[in-house]
Design a protein around this ligand. Structure first.
Ligand code: AMP
Ligand code: ZN
Ligand code: FE
Ligand code: FE
Length: 275
């Protein structure tokens, strides 16, 4: 195990731009030796990445970023080092994908009833291989000239108080932690600095997260220090990465910059009794 470590990246199996193969090649170019692909509610990129990583001397850590809900907040839980063939995990992910599809159909039907002639197929084109969500609906609306801009689609139609809103199937943070643990992995709270209050944080620690993300583009040095302190105080693992989406949102400079050390990966393995 050598080189930089990035445990938070996305491919076109969720909302990233690159294939797993392209991501691995790019990782090699920026000096990453240990990489985890953490697609949103999807693990389809792991096998492909493992297939090519050997050629570049890169170790792939199985990963996923599960969307859970606490109150009205989206809480992202990163899972690592689980068995990608675990039945319960695979079944849950395919269930969530189906639920998202049905929900997107409902949203499009509501839009059609509001006299917006949005075509469901164009939404699916935007989703590509990933699970379909509101960002794809907004992008399709924009393409078809049904909204002035992306933000307006949310404000006027598909946002939480919009007339075409449909809630998502919800899993709790406890569910997310349990699914990952049952598949033999560890759970890390993603980018807590984005939205997690101190109250939520203590709730999530009680819910059984194994660690917190310390290094992330949304965390300045002050936040890093804060979450490192939390990790040591509550005997939690530390993690981190770039949350790279393959050039979307101009995030290329982040890849290879927001990295952690191999000690972190070794601590995770020790927690799971992996040699
Ligand atoms: P979904 O999981 O399908 O409900 O979509 C959630 C995603 O939609 C979020 O991760 C954001 O990227 C995007 N989103 C949610 N609300 C807004 C908003 N008001 N403006 C722009 N993007 C939004
Ligand atoms: Zn994403
Ligand atoms: Fe996230
Ligand atoms: Fe992410």
């Amino acid at each position: 195990m050598s080189g930089k470590v990035d445990l938070h990246t996305h491919t076109y199996y969720s909302d990233g731009a690159l294939s797993p193969r392209e991501l691995v090649m790019r990782a090699h170019e920026v000096g990453i030796g240990v990489l985890s692909i953490t697609d949103h509610d999807n693990i389809d990129g792991i096998g492909e990445a493992m297939g090519v990583a050997g050629d570049f001397g890169i170790e792939i850590i199985p990963g996923v970023e599960l969307s859970s809900t606490l109150g009205t907040k989206d809480i992202h839980i990163l899972g690592y080092m689980f068995d990608p063939d675990n039945r319960q995990l695979r079944d849950t992910l395919s269930f969530l994908k189906k639920e998202r599809f049905i929900r997107a159909e409902r949203i499009v039907r509501k839009l059609n009833n509001l006299d917006l002639p949005l075509d469901f197929d164009s939404v699916l084109e935007h989703a590509g291989l990933g699970a379909v969500g509101r960002p794809h609906i907004a992008a399709a609306m924009l393409d078809e000239g049904l909204t002035e801009n992306y933000a307006e689609a949310f404000e006027s139609y598909i946002g939480e108080s919009g007339p075409a809103f449909e809630p998502k199937y919800k899993i709790s943070p406890e569910d997310a932690v349990e699914i990952i643990a049952n598949a033999g992995g560890i759970s890390i709270l993603a980018h807590p600095g984005w939205y997690v209050s101190e109250n939520d944080l203590s709730y999530l620690i009680h819910a059984g997260i194994d660690g917190v993300e310390v290094v992330h583009p949304a965390h300045d040095e002050h936040r890093r220090r804060y979450y490192r302190g939390i990790a040591s105080e509550y005997f939690l693992l530390e993690s981190g990465g770039s949350d790279f989406h393959g050039g979307k949102r101009n995030d290329y400079p982040n890849f290879g910059t927001f990295t952690i050390t191999v000690d972190t990966v070794q601590a995770m393995k020790r927690r799971l009794f992996i040699q």
